[in-house]
Design a protein around this ligand. Sequence first.
Ligand code: HEM
Length: 110
Amino acid sequence: MKRIIPITAGVALAAACHQVSSQPGVPFQGNIGPMLDGAGSRWDEAQLRGIVANAKITFPDTMMPSFYKTSGYIRPGDAFTGKAGTEPLPPLLTAQEIEDIVAYLLTLTE
Ligand code: HEM
């Protein structure tokens, strides 16, 4: 079943570290990362998809999670089992969720 993430869920995930001034309804917006206002003008669609899917490709030293990374982890764990995880691991977000977030970021042109 296709899981639709409403705009707020995607924004809430980003707001843990980023401010989005067009979303005053999302509380406690973080400032570890830059404001996302204008991200849709600073980056094109492919660049935004790359940043959300695996931010370390664009920002090698970033603490931003890689939301569509399934391998290349260092000693990944298997959820909360205490056991080692086996790659490929499920990505943090589905491809559709990444696309929904990229579509939203492209609207942040100011
Ligand atoms: C769905 C969730 C997220 C989205 C859509 C998102 C999006 C972005 C975008 C578009 C940029 C480039 C900003 C610019 O220069 O214009 C960025 C950078 C950054 N993000 Fe995120 N982000 C998300 C989650 C997070 C989280 C959870 C963290 C913190 C753990 C984070 C930390 C950062 C940092 C630190 C940068 C600056 C790059 C650097 O490390 O130098 N992001 N993010």
